[in-house]
Design a protein around this ligand. Sequence first.
Ligand code: ASP
Length: 450
Amino acid sequence: MKVIKFGGSSLASSQQLQKVLSIVEADQQRKYVIVSAPGKRFDGDTKVTDLLIQYARQTIHHQDTQAVVASIIDRYAEIGHGFNVPETQLTPIFETIRNLPKQTYADNTYLMATFKAHGERLNAQLVAAVFQRSGLNARYLDPKEAGMVVTDVPDDAQIIKSSYDQLAKWADSEQILVIPGFFAYNRNGQICTFSRGGSDITGAIVARGVHAERYENFTDVDAIYAVNPNLVAKPAAINEMTFTEMRELSYAGFSVFHDEALIPAIEGNITVNVKNTNHPEAPGTLIKSTREPNPHYPVTGIASSSSFCSLYLRKYLLNKEVGLGRKILTILENHHISYEHMPSGIDDLTIIFDEHQLTPELEKTLVAEISAAINPDEIYFTHDYSILMLVGENMRNRVGIMSRAATALANDDIKLIMVNQGASEISIMFGVHDNDANQAVIALYKEFFN
Ligand code: ASP
């Protein structure tokens, strides 16, 4: 029995939904179908989720919502009419969209979550109607009925573990269950969403809950590639990778599969298969707990991300000062800020952060508080910071990877500002200036894949 999830581009139009229908029909094992909201039909198009965010903002600011409501309704109408879904089934969907502002919400964060979640909710209802019309024994299953309960964080919820016992009751379903991705309900019955792209998370949760043999994640690429295809033409496809490799690569920018979706898959030991809706016969990429080592390629993938910043601190005899680390970490904790890495020298220290957590004001406050606590000789933030990750299970058993990587970067005149061979031994992390990041990825790809 398989859980199968379709991303927004796979459900963007009636033409795309026809492909989804064929994929579901092709395999009787595909019993749990998780759907995203309709996504982009072409470059420059707007996802329904983004239209709903616009609609929520206009509602909050008491602005005219007519145009955005019409655009959202158009998206569902095109899909419904493409399959001759009767008006009696489409009208309630359109009415729900129009009536969203009339519901009562505890505050605007819950309003926003409910508006966003309706992209998936209404799409799952529509997809179930289309499946029924096509003769499939299918029905809509709401996350509430499924028993999925999440933490009370309206835009970044986490699943509550007891949900898995509830979901287990839906195991071995005879019917095809069409379940909306991206949202569930908190203990008070209010809608909360996962982070953006969170339908992948729903799919993994359902797969773990119903003990699926496989979680097929359909998107719009043939495979996960060893490197960003915008940087290298026709890069190597990754046929198989482990959960740990995927986790390390998604940390530094691989976004085909949501990193939070890996946790339920790991916990349930469910193999994930990333596949292409537009090319379903391609084998895609398998993500699983272990894999056969490929002796020719010590490196599985190379990722880079510029969403980091660093705080540099210099203080003479820093290594001798007792309690210095604790003082800094207490300040970070007081501001609810987590740090990513903290490479240190004898007299200096760099703290690397995910820059989404910081604002210019917060940075000033941190500099002031840390200065008052430890009196450094020099302290400043820099945003010109990219992290590159070289990842591969096979790296563990090979010597000389660091030397090959450093030589390839040096030959391309790329300055390294940080090197970190993680405790896992399956990844090496390099800090480089933003301007050098793309060239560095290309240099590493040439070294390890050409
Ligand atoms: N529709 C949501 C988003 O755009 C969730 C998803 O597509 O996975 O973020």
